[in-house]
Design a protein. Structure first.
Ligand SMILES: [Zn+2]
Length: 417
C-alpha cells in the first residue's frame, strides 16, 4: 500500500509531500504508482500525538467507555499512542489483564495502547503487584493512579522494585489524610459551601516523592500537577539534578475553581481546579520546561455518576478530543510556546519518558501522523464526541486546531467529515 500526502505544512521542514509505504514513512516515489493521493490543502501535519495518561475503563466499566470508543476518541484527538491507567475492574495488576487490554486494542486498531500496571495489588499500598510478569506482558509504567501510592515505605519499595525492571513509576499526588473534599480549598469553596481539598494535599506528596527519588537516585514521574507550590518544588529539584519529570493537563491552564461556582460537576476532577495564581504558575512552568508533558487524564463517566450533587459526583473529565485544540488555542496561538515546544509536551517527551520510541517522521519510522486545521475556528461540541463520556467542561468553546485526519501505521484512524 502506497500513500502520498500532498500540500502539507510541516514544522521545521520545507517539504510539502509525505510518502508512506506499507505503514512506514518512505522515500519519494512516483505518484503514478500510489494507491492513494490525499490532498491536505496546506494544513499542518504533525507526528501522531502521545497521551501517557488516559482511562479507557475496560475491563469492568464499559458503560463509561470501552477500548473501542476510547480509541476512536484518541484518534479524533490526533493521538496515535496512549497509555491506559490500571484502575479498571479487575484492576490491571496482573499479566492476564495486561494481555487482555493489548489484545482488544489490537483488534480495534485505532490507536497504539500501552497499558500501565498497578503498583500495588488492587491499587492498595500493601503488597506489590506482579511487576515483572506485567512487564513481560507489555506494560510501560507502574502507577496506582486514581489513588496515590500512599505510604513512603511502599513508595520506596515500588521505586526500588520497578527500577530493577527499568520501568518508570508515575504517582498520583494526594495525601489522603487531608484530601477529603470536592474542590479546591479556598475562597470559592468557602463561599459556595463545598468542602475543599487543600493544595497542601498535593504538595506534601510531591515533596515526599522528590525526596525519595533524590535519596534513592531513581526517577519519578509526577502526575497531573495543578499547584504553584508543587511546580516550584519540581523546578528546584530538577535544577539540582533530581530525576523528576511531570505532567499537567489542559484544564489546569484554561480553568480555575471559579468555574465550580454554579455547581456544574463537569468542572470536578482530582486534583481539583485551583486558583488563578496556580493557573498562571502552570503556564509559567510549561514555558520554562518544568512541565515535561501535557496529558489529558481522559476520565469518562456515565451521566448518572455526574448528574448528582457536586459533593457526590465522581471526579474526572474527558479530554482526548479537546486537548490539542486547547493547547494550540491557549498556548501556541497567543505565542506563549512554539509548535515545536508543544510537540515536545504532547509527543516526544512522553514517548521518551516511557521509552515508546514514537514521534519519528523519518524514512522507516511507523507512519503515525495527524493533520490539523490551525487557521479556522471551530466550535467544540460534546454531542459530536466519539467518547462515550459527555463530561467535558469545554462544550461550546470556540477553538483552533481541529483534527482533519489521523493515521496510525499508514492507516486512516480518523477523518473529519
Ligand atoms: Zn490521578
Amino acid at each position: 500500500m502506497k500513500t502520498i500526502l500532498k500540500n502539507c505544512k510541516l514544522v521545521n521542514s520545507d517539504k510539502t509531500e509525505i510518502y508512506i509505504e506499507d505503514g512506514k514513512f518512505a522515500d519519494k516515489f512516483d505518484e503514478k504508482i500510489a494507491d492513494e493521493v490525499i490532498d491536505v490543502n496546506g494544513r499542518t501535519v504533525l507526528p501522531g500525538l502521545v497521551d501517557m495518561h488516559v482511562h479507557f475503563r475496560e475491563p469492568g466499566y464499559e458503560y463509561k467507555e470501552n477500548i473501542a470508543t476510547g480509541s476512536a476518541a484518541a484518534a479524533r484527538g490526533g493521538f496515535t499512542s496512549v497509555c491506559t491507567m490500571p484502575n479498571t475492574n479487575p484492576v490491571c495488576d496482573n499479566a492476564a489483564v495486561v494481555s487482555g487490554i493489548i489484545k482488544k486494542a489490537n483488534e480495534v486498531g485505532l490507536v497504539r495502547v500501552y497499558p500501565i500496571g498497578a503498583a500495588g495489588k488492587n491499587l492498595e499500598s500493601n503488597e506489590l503487584a506482579e511487576i515483572g510478569l506485567m512487564k513481560e506482558a507489555g506494560i510501560v509504567a507502574i502507577s496506582n493512579d486514581g489513588k496515590p501510592i500512599a505510604t513512603s515505605g511502599f513508595m520506596r519499595k515500588v521505586l526500588e522494585y520497578s527500577s530493577d525492571f527499568d520501568i518508570p513509576v508515575l504517582n498520583h499526588e494526594e495525601d489522603l489524610t487531608i484530601s477529603d473534599g470536592a474542590m479546591n480549598e479556598g475562597e470559592v469553596s468557602t463561599s459556595i459551601g463545598i468542602r475543599g481539598v487543600p493544595t497542601a494535599s498535593e504538595d506534601i506528596m510531591i515533596a515526599r516523592d522528590i525526596i525519595l527519588s533524590e535519596y534513592l537516585g531513581i526517577p519519578v514521574h509526577i502526575c497531573h500537577v495543578s499547584t504553584k507550590g508543587g511546580l516550584r518544588m519540581i523546578r528546584e529539584a530538577k535544577a539540582r539534578g533530581v530525576k523528576v519529570t511531570c505532567e499537567t493537563c489542559p484544564h489546569y491552564f484554561t480553568l480555575t475553581d471559579k468555574s465550580c461556582e454554579n455547581y456544574d460537576t463537569n468542572f470536578k476532577m482530582h486534583p481539583p481546579l485551583r486558583t488563578e495564581e496556580d493557573r498562571l504558575a502552570v503556564i509559567e512552568a510549561i514555558k520554562d520546561g518544568t512541565v515535561d508533558c501535557i496529558v489529558t487524564d481522559h476520565a469518562p463517566h456515565h451521566q448518572d455518576d455526574k448528574e448528582v450533587e457536586f459533593s457526590h459526583a465522581l471526579n474526572g473529565i474527558v479530554g482526548l478530543e479537546s486537548s490539542f485544540a486547547l493547547c494550540y488555542t491557549y498556548l501556541v496561538k497567543p505565542g506563549i510556546i512554539t509548535m515545536e515546544k508543544l510537540l515536545e509536551l504532547m509527543c516526544y517527551n512522553p514517548s521518551n519518558i516511557l521509552k515508546l520510541g514514537r514521534g519519528g517522521m523519518n524514512v522507516g519510522d511507523d507512519a503515525d501522523l495527524a493533520v490539523f486545521d490551525l487557521d479556522n475556528e471551530f466550535v467544540f461540541e460534546k454531542d459530536k464526541m466519539l467518547s462515550k463520556g459527555r463530561n467535558t467542561p469545554f462544550d461550546g468553546w470556540k477553538l483552533y486546531g481541529q483534527t482533519v485526519l489521523t493515521m496510525m501505521g499508514g492507516k486512516k484512524t480518523y477523518e473529519l467529515r
